[in-house]
Design a protein around this ligand. Structure first.
Ligand SMILES: C[S@@+](CC[C@H](N)C(=O)[O-])C[C@H]1O[C@@H](n2cnc3c(N)ncnc32)[C@H](O)[C@@H]1O
Length: 389
Protein backbone atom coordinates (compact mmCIF):
# COMPACT_ATOMS: atom_id res chain seq x y z
CA UNK A 1 0.00 0.00 0.00
CA UNK A 2 2.68 2.48 1.04
CA UNK A 3 4.65 1.62 -2.10
CA UNK A 4 1.66 2.50 -4.30
CA UNK A 5 1.30 5.76 -2.44
CA UNK A 6 5.03 6.58 -2.85
CA UNK A 7 4.87 5.82 -6.54
CA UNK A 8 1.68 7.88 -6.88
CA UNK A 9 3.32 10.89 -5.21
CA UNK A 10 6.45 10.58 -7.38
CA UNK A 11 4.28 10.41 -10.51
CA UNK A 12 2.43 13.55 -9.42
CA UNK A 13 5.74 15.36 -9.02
CA UNK A 14 6.96 14.21 -12.44
CA UNK A 15 3.69 15.28 -13.98
CA UNK A 16 3.74 18.79 -12.55
CA UNK A 17 7.46 19.66 -12.51
CA UNK A 18 8.56 21.58 -15.61
CA UNK A 19 12.14 22.33 -14.72
CA UNK A 20 11.64 26.04 -14.03
CA UNK A 21 13.19 25.87 -10.57
CA UNK A 22 15.63 23.45 -8.93
CA UNK A 23 14.01 20.07 -8.33
CA UNK A 24 15.12 20.15 -4.67
CA UNK A 25 13.15 23.39 -4.15
CA UNK A 26 10.11 21.99 -5.99
CA UNK A 27 10.14 18.84 -3.83
CA UNK A 28 10.45 20.90 -0.66
CA UNK A 29 7.39 22.84 -1.68
CA UNK A 30 5.51 19.66 -2.65
CA UNK A 31 6.21 18.09 0.76
CA UNK A 32 5.19 21.29 2.55
CA UNK A 33 1.79 20.94 0.84
CA UNK A 34 1.57 17.27 1.89
CA UNK A 35 2.42 17.39 5.58
CA UNK A 36 1.06 13.90 6.18
CA UNK A 37 4.20 12.48 4.57
CA UNK A 38 6.87 11.54 7.10
CA UNK A 39 10.60 11.86 6.56
CA UNK A 40 10.95 8.29 5.25
CA UNK A 41 8.14 8.88 2.76
CA UNK A 42 9.80 12.09 1.63
CA UNK A 43 13.15 10.39 1.18
CA UNK A 44 11.58 7.56 -0.81
CA UNK A 45 9.55 9.83 -3.08
CA UNK A 46 12.61 12.04 -3.70
CA UNK A 47 14.70 8.97 -4.56
CA UNK A 48 12.00 7.82 -7.04
CA UNK A 49 11.88 11.21 -8.75
CA UNK A 50 15.64 11.64 -8.94
CA UNK A 51 16.01 8.10 -10.32
CA UNK A 52 13.76 9.06 -13.25
CA UNK A 53 15.86 12.14 -14.03
CA UNK A 54 19.17 10.26 -13.71
CA UNK A 55 18.31 8.48 -16.98
CA UNK A 56 18.79 11.86 -18.69
CA UNK A 57 17.62 11.71 -22.29
CA UNK A 58 17.44 7.90 -22.45
CA UNK A 59 14.06 6.16 -22.77
CA UNK A 60 12.23 9.29 -23.98
CA UNK A 61 9.05 7.38 -24.77
CA UNK A 62 8.87 5.25 -21.64
CA UNK A 63 6.10 5.92 -19.14
CA UNK A 64 7.08 7.92 -16.04
CA UNK A 65 6.54 4.78 -13.97
CA UNK A 66 8.95 2.79 -16.14
CA UNK A 67 11.49 5.63 -15.93
CA UNK A 68 11.34 5.59 -12.13
CA UNK A 69 11.73 1.82 -11.81
CA UNK A 70 14.41 1.62 -14.51
CA UNK A 71 16.28 4.49 -12.89
CA UNK A 72 16.16 2.83 -9.47
CA UNK A 73 17.36 -0.47 -10.94
CA UNK A 74 20.31 1.17 -12.70
CA UNK A 75 21.32 3.66 -10.01
CA UNK A 76 21.03 1.60 -6.84
CA UNK A 77 23.36 -1.20 -5.82
CA UNK A 78 21.49 -2.66 -2.84
CA UNK A 79 17.89 -3.75 -2.47
CA UNK A 80 15.22 -1.02 -2.65
CA UNK A 81 11.90 -1.82 -0.96
CA UNK A 82 9.81 -0.11 -3.62
CA UNK A 83 11.62 -1.84 -6.46
CA UNK A 84 11.33 -5.21 -4.68
CA UNK A 85 7.55 -4.62 -4.53
CA UNK A 86 7.00 -3.53 -8.14
CA UNK A 87 9.82 -5.40 -9.90
CA UNK A 88 11.11 -8.20 -7.64
CA UNK A 89 12.99 -9.79 -10.56
CA UNK A 90 15.02 -6.56 -11.01
CA UNK A 91 15.58 -6.02 -7.31
CA UNK A 92 17.00 -9.54 -7.07
CA UNK A 93 19.73 -8.43 -9.53
CA UNK A 94 20.31 -5.00 -8.05
CA UNK A 95 23.97 -5.71 -7.17
CA UNK A 96 24.81 -7.00 -10.68
CA UNK A 97 27.34 -5.09 -12.84
CA UNK A 98 25.84 -2.29 -14.93
CA UNK A 99 26.31 -4.13 -18.23
CA UNK A 100 24.27 -7.07 -16.94
CA UNK A 101 21.51 -4.75 -15.78
CA UNK A 102 21.45 -3.03 -19.17
CA UNK A 103 21.16 -6.42 -20.89
CA UNK A 104 18.31 -7.35 -18.55
CA UNK A 105 16.47 -4.12 -19.40
CA UNK A 106 16.94 -4.73 -23.11
CA UNK A 107 15.23 -8.10 -22.72
CA UNK A 108 12.40 -6.38 -20.83
CA UNK A 109 11.84 -4.03 -23.78
CA UNK A 110 13.39 -1.00 -22.03
CA UNK A 111 16.73 -0.60 -23.81
CA UNK A 112 18.82 2.11 -22.11
CA UNK A 113 21.89 3.12 -24.10
CA UNK A 114 24.43 5.16 -22.15
CA UNK A 115 25.08 7.36 -25.17
CA UNK A 116 21.42 8.38 -25.12
CA UNK A 117 21.67 9.54 -21.49
CA UNK A 118 23.84 12.46 -22.66
CA UNK A 119 23.22 12.78 -26.42
CA UNK A 120 25.62 15.60 -27.42
CA UNK A 121 29.09 13.96 -27.58
CA UNK A 122 30.27 16.30 -30.36
CA UNK A 123 29.81 19.29 -28.03
CA UNK A 124 32.12 17.97 -25.30
CA UNK A 125 35.37 19.67 -24.31
CA UNK A 126 38.64 17.93 -25.16
CA UNK A 127 39.34 15.04 -22.81
CA UNK A 128 35.78 14.40 -21.63
CA UNK A 129 35.01 10.76 -22.48
CA UNK A 130 31.41 10.48 -23.60
CA UNK A 131 30.35 7.14 -22.13
CA UNK A 132 32.09 7.42 -18.75
CA UNK A 133 30.60 10.90 -18.46
CA UNK A 134 27.11 9.64 -19.35
CA UNK A 135 27.55 6.78 -16.91
CA UNK A 136 28.33 9.20 -14.08
CA UNK A 137 24.69 10.35 -14.09
CA UNK A 138 23.69 6.98 -12.71
CA UNK A 139 25.60 7.55 -9.49
CA UNK A 140 24.93 10.20 -6.91
CA UNK A 141 28.02 12.37 -6.34
CA UNK A 142 29.56 12.66 -2.90
CA UNK A 143 29.70 15.61 -0.55
CA UNK A 144 33.13 17.18 -0.01
CA UNK A 145 34.62 19.58 2.46
CA UNK A 146 37.88 21.48 2.36
CA UNK A 147 39.42 21.55 5.80
CA UNK A 148 41.27 24.76 6.67
CA UNK A 149 45.03 24.64 7.16
CA UNK A 150 46.10 23.05 10.46
CA UNK A 151 42.54 21.95 11.32
CA UNK A 152 42.60 18.44 9.83
CA UNK A 153 43.66 16.47 12.96
CA UNK A 154 40.90 18.04 15.10
CA UNK A 155 38.25 17.61 12.39
CA UNK A 156 39.14 13.96 11.78
CA UNK A 157 39.13 13.28 15.52
CA UNK A 158 35.69 14.82 15.90
CA UNK A 159 34.25 12.81 13.01
CA UNK A 160 35.74 9.56 14.30
CA UNK A 161 34.40 10.18 17.80
CA UNK A 162 30.90 10.50 16.33
CA UNK A 163 31.28 7.45 14.08
CA UNK A 164 30.71 9.43 10.86
CA UNK A 165 31.51 7.64 7.57
CA UNK A 166 34.08 9.61 5.56
CA UNK A 167 37.16 9.21 3.38
CA UNK A 168 40.21 11.44 3.55
CA UNK A 169 41.09 12.30 -0.07
CA UNK A 170 44.21 14.40 0.55
CA UNK A 171 45.65 16.76 3.15
CA UNK A 172 42.64 19.12 2.84
CA UNK A 173 39.75 17.17 1.34
CA UNK A 174 37.27 14.85 3.04
CA UNK A 175 34.50 12.99 1.17
CA UNK A 176 31.15 11.94 2.67
CA UNK A 177 28.16 10.02 1.37
CA UNK A 178 25.73 12.49 -0.13
CA UNK A 179 23.09 13.59 2.34
CA UNK A 180 25.48 13.58 5.33
CA UNK A 181 24.38 16.39 7.64
CA UNK A 182 27.83 17.80 8.01
CA UNK A 183 26.86 20.86 10.09
CA UNK A 184 25.44 18.52 12.71
CA UNK A 185 28.80 16.81 13.18
CA UNK A 186 31.05 19.82 12.63
CA UNK A 187 29.27 22.85 14.07
CA UNK A 188 32.47 24.97 14.07
CA UNK A 189 32.20 26.36 10.54
CA UNK A 190 35.51 28.20 10.80
CA UNK A 191 37.38 24.89 10.44
CA UNK A 192 36.11 23.90 6.96
CA UNK A 193 34.31 24.93 3.77
CA UNK A 194 31.80 22.86 1.84
CA UNK A 195 33.59 22.67 -1.50
CA UNK A 196 33.63 20.01 -4.17
CA UNK A 197 36.88 18.06 -4.53
CA UNK A 198 37.47 19.19 -8.12
CA UNK A 199 36.85 22.80 -7.18
CA UNK A 200 39.56 22.44 -4.54
CA UNK A 201 42.00 21.50 -7.32
CA UNK A 202 41.79 25.00 -8.78
CA UNK A 203 44.56 25.62 -6.21
CA UNK A 204 46.96 23.72 -8.51
CA UNK A 205 46.77 26.68 -10.91
CA UNK A 206 47.76 29.38 -8.41
CA UNK A 207 51.52 28.63 -8.65
CA UNK A 208 51.39 29.56 -12.36
CA UNK A 209 51.11 33.22 -11.33
CA UNK A 210 53.51 35.53 -9.50
CA UNK A 211 51.57 36.65 -6.42
CA UNK A 212 53.78 38.98 -4.37
CA UNK A 213 52.63 39.72 -0.81
CA UNK A 214 50.22 42.63 -0.65
CA UNK A 215 49.16 42.43 -4.31
CA UNK A 216 45.50 42.66 -5.32
CA UNK A 217 43.37 39.79 -6.60
CA UNK A 218 39.93 40.36 -8.14
CA UNK A 219 37.40 37.53 -7.82
CA UNK A 220 35.10 38.99 -10.44
CA UNK A 221 32.19 36.50 -10.34
CA UNK A 222 32.72 35.72 -6.69
CA UNK A 223 29.40 34.08 -5.80
CA UNK A 224 29.75 33.19 -2.13
CA UNK A 225 33.53 33.38 -2.44
CA UNK A 226 34.66 29.74 -2.62
CA UNK A 227 37.61 30.42 -4.95
CA UNK A 228 38.78 33.49 -3.02
CA UNK A 229 38.83 31.51 0.22
CA UNK A 230 40.77 28.73 -1.47
CA UNK A 231 43.41 31.29 -2.47
CA UNK A 232 43.30 33.14 0.86
CA UNK A 233 44.06 29.93 2.77
CA UNK A 234 47.25 29.53 0.69
CA UNK A 235 48.10 33.25 0.47
CA UNK A 236 46.63 35.16 3.41
CA UNK A 237 49.01 38.02 2.59
CA UNK A 238 47.09 38.90 -0.63
CA UNK A 239 44.44 41.64 -0.83
CA UNK A 240 41.03 40.72 -2.18
CA UNK A 241 38.41 42.54 -4.21
CA UNK A 242 35.17 40.63 -4.93
CA UNK A 243 32.27 41.42 -7.23
CA UNK A 244 29.05 39.74 -8.33
CA UNK A 245 25.88 40.78 -10.09
CA UNK A 246 23.84 39.64 -7.05
CA UNK A 247 24.17 41.84 -3.97
CA UNK A 248 22.44 39.07 -1.94
CA UNK A 249 25.19 36.54 -2.64
CA UNK A 250 27.80 39.10 -1.60
CA UNK A 251 26.03 39.17 1.78
CA UNK A 252 26.47 35.40 2.08
CA UNK A 253 30.08 35.87 1.09
CA UNK A 254 30.54 38.34 3.95
CA UNK A 255 29.42 35.71 6.47
CA UNK A 256 31.69 33.11 4.97
CA UNK A 257 34.69 35.43 4.80
CA UNK A 258 34.13 36.45 8.39
CA UNK A 259 34.17 32.91 9.73
CA UNK A 260 37.29 32.23 7.65
CA UNK A 261 39.01 35.27 9.17
CA UNK A 262 39.04 37.34 5.95
CA UNK A 263 37.77 40.72 7.09
CA UNK A 264 39.66 43.29 5.09
CA UNK A 265 38.49 43.18 1.46
CA UNK A 266 36.54 45.22 -1.08
CA UNK A 267 33.10 44.12 -2.22
CA UNK A 268 31.44 45.60 -5.31
CA UNK A 269 28.08 44.59 -6.81
CA UNK A 270 28.51 44.79 -10.60
CA UNK A 271 27.10 43.54 -13.88
CA UNK A 272 30.33 42.74 -15.71
CA UNK A 273 28.59 42.07 -19.00
CA UNK A 274 27.87 45.78 -19.14
CA UNK A 275 30.89 47.55 -17.69
CA UNK A 276 33.75 47.38 -15.27
CA UNK A 277 33.17 49.42 -12.11
CA UNK A 278 35.54 52.38 -11.79
CA UNK A 279 36.89 50.97 -8.50
CA UNK A 280 38.15 47.93 -10.46
CA UNK A 281 39.38 49.91 -13.47
CA UNK A 282 41.66 51.96 -11.26
CA UNK A 283 43.29 49.13 -9.35
CA UNK A 284 46.44 47.17 -10.21
CA UNK A 285 45.38 43.55 -10.09
CA UNK A 286 47.98 40.84 -10.09
CA UNK A 287 45.37 38.17 -10.76
CA UNK A 288 41.76 38.25 -11.94
CA UNK A 289 39.55 35.21 -11.45
CA UNK A 290 36.51 34.84 -13.70
CA UNK A 291 34.47 31.86 -12.46
CA UNK A 292 31.77 32.73 -14.94
CA UNK A 293 28.05 31.79 -14.98
CA UNK A 294 27.60 28.67 -17.13
CA UNK A 295 25.30 25.73 -17.89
CA UNK A 296 26.71 23.99 -14.81
CA UNK A 297 26.85 20.81 -16.92
CA UNK A 298 29.90 19.58 -14.99
CA UNK A 299 27.68 19.42 -11.90
CA UNK A 300 24.54 17.97 -13.46
CA UNK A 301 24.89 14.62 -11.74
CA UNK A 302 23.94 16.59 -8.60
CA UNK A 303 20.97 18.14 -10.45
CA UNK A 304 20.03 15.58 -13.13
CA UNK A 305 16.80 17.45 -13.85
CA UNK A 306 18.95 20.05 -15.61
CA UNK A 307 20.25 17.43 -18.03
CA UNK A 308 16.71 16.28 -18.70
CA UNK A 309 15.39 19.76 -19.48
CA UNK A 310 18.49 21.22 -21.17
CA UNK A 311 17.98 22.86 -24.54
CA UNK A 312 21.31 22.84 -26.45
CA UNK A 313 20.04 25.87 -28.36
CA UNK A 314 20.86 27.87 -25.21
CA UNK A 315 24.59 27.20 -25.49
CA UNK A 316 25.21 30.18 -27.75
CA UNK A 317 23.64 32.59 -25.25
CA UNK A 318 25.83 31.14 -22.50
CA UNK A 319 29.04 31.46 -24.46
CA UNK A 320 28.23 35.00 -25.64
CA UNK A 321 27.65 36.05 -22.05
CA UNK A 322 30.88 34.39 -20.92
CA UNK A 323 32.78 36.06 -23.73
CA UNK A 324 31.49 39.50 -22.77
CA UNK A 325 32.37 39.04 -19.09
CA UNK A 326 35.81 37.55 -19.80
CA UNK A 327 36.74 40.24 -22.33
CA UNK A 328 35.54 43.02 -20.03
CA UNK A 329 37.50 41.84 -17.01
CA UNK A 330 40.59 41.09 -19.13
CA UNK A 331 40.67 44.79 -20.05
CA UNK A 332 42.06 45.64 -16.58
CA UNK A 333 45.08 43.35 -16.92
CA UNK A 334 48.53 44.91 -17.15
CA UNK A 335 51.41 43.09 -18.86
CA UNK A 336 52.63 40.16 -16.79
CA UNK A 337 49.45 39.82 -14.71
CA UNK A 338 47.14 36.82 -14.87
CA UNK A 339 43.60 35.70 -15.57
CA UNK A 340 42.04 32.47 -14.35
CA UNK A 341 38.98 31.60 -16.46
CA UNK A 342 36.82 28.90 -14.85
CA UNK A 343 33.55 27.15 -15.68
CA UNK A 344 31.81 24.11 -14.25
CA UNK A 345 30.84 23.13 -17.79
CA UNK A 346 31.86 20.23 -19.99
CA UNK A 347 30.81 22.01 -23.21
CA UNK A 348 33.60 23.16 -25.54
CA UNK A 349 31.65 26.28 -26.54
CA UNK A 350 31.79 27.54 -22.93
CA UNK A 351 35.41 26.50 -22.45
CA UNK A 352 38.13 26.26 -25.14
CA UNK A 353 36.12 28.34 -27.64
CA UNK A 354 35.77 31.28 -25.25
CA UNK A 355 39.47 31.09 -24.33
CA UNK A 356 40.53 30.97 -27.97
CA UNK A 357 38.61 34.15 -28.81
CA UNK A 358 39.80 35.82 -25.61
CA UNK A 359 43.43 35.28 -26.65
CA UNK A 360 42.73 36.62 -30.15
CA UNK A 361 40.76 39.68 -29.09
CA UNK A 362 42.62 40.67 -25.90
CA UNK A 363 46.11 39.53 -26.94
CA UNK A 364 46.43 37.17 -23.96
CA UNK A 365 48.77 34.18 -23.82
CA UNK A 366 47.42 30.84 -22.72
CA UNK A 367 49.66 29.25 -20.04
CA UNK A 368 47.58 26.15 -19.46
CA UNK A 369 44.01 24.92 -19.89
CA UNK A 370 42.63 21.74 -18.48
CA UNK A 371 39.38 19.90 -17.98
CA UNK A 372 39.40 18.75 -14.36
CA UNK A 373 37.39 15.56 -14.60
CA UNK A 374 35.43 14.66 -11.49
CA UNK A 375 32.88 12.43 -13.17
CA UNK A 376 34.77 9.19 -12.55
CA UNK A 377 35.12 9.82 -8.82
CA UNK A 378 31.66 11.11 -7.89
CA UNK A 379 32.73 14.75 -8.01
CA UNK A 380 32.07 17.76 -10.24
CA UNK A 381 33.94 18.53 -13.48
CA UNK A 382 35.49 21.96 -14.05
CA UNK A 383 37.33 23.70 -16.85
CA UNK A 384 40.23 25.97 -15.88
CA UNK A 385 42.37 28.16 -18.14
CA UNK A 386 45.34 30.19 -16.90
CA UNK A 387 46.22 33.17 -19.11
CA UNK A 388 48.63 36.05 -18.91
CA UNK A 389 48.61 39.52 -20.41
C1 LIG B 1 29.92 29.91 -11.03
S1 LIG B 1 29.27 31.13 -10.00
C2 LIG B 1 30.67 31.62 -9.04
C3 LIG B 1 31.05 30.64 -7.96
C4 LIG B 1 32.09 31.17 -6.98
N1 LIG B 1 33.24 31.70 -7.68
C5 LIG B 1 32.53 30.13 -5.98
O1 LIG B 1 33.61 29.54 -6.11
O2 LIG B 1 31.78 29.91 -4.99
C6 LIG B 1 29.08 32.48 -11.09
C7 LIG B 1 28.69 33.78 -10.42
O3 LIG B 1 28.63 34.80 -11.44
C8 LIG B 1 27.64 35.72 -11.08
N2 LIG B 1 27.27 36.48 -12.30
C9 LIG B 1 26.38 36.15 -13.27
N3 LIG B 1 26.31 37.11 -14.21
C10 LIG B 1 27.17 38.07 -13.84
C11 LIG B 1 27.52 39.33 -14.39
N4 LIG B 1 26.96 39.75 -15.53
N5 LIG B 1 28.41 40.09 -13.72
C12 LIG B 1 28.96 39.66 -12.56
N6 LIG B 1 28.67 38.47 -11.99
C13 LIG B 1 27.78 37.69 -12.61
C14 LIG B 1 26.52 34.86 -10.52
O4 LIG B 1 25.69 35.62 -9.68
C15 LIG B 1 27.31 33.76 -9.78
O5 LIG B 1 27.41 34.04 -8.41
Amino acid sequence: MKHDSHLGSALRVLDSYEGRQPLAAFLKDFFRKHPQMGSRDRRTVSAFVYAAFRLGRALPHASPEDRILTGLFLCETSSVEGLAYFKPEWDARIAAPLDEKLACLEKAGLPVSLSAVFPWPEALSTGVEHLPFARSFLKQPRLYIRVRPQRMPAVVRRLEEQGVAFEQRDDACLAFPNGTRIEQYLPDKSSYEIQDETSQHVRDFFPLFALPAGSWVWDSCAGSGGKSLLLFDRHPELRFCVSDIRPSILKNLRQRFRSAGLRDYESIPADLEKEIPAACRNKDFQLVMADVPCTGSGTWSRTPEQLFFFDPGRLTAFSERQQRIAENVAAVLKPGTGLLYITCSIFRSENESVVERLCERRGLTLLKQEMLKGYERQADSLFVAALTA
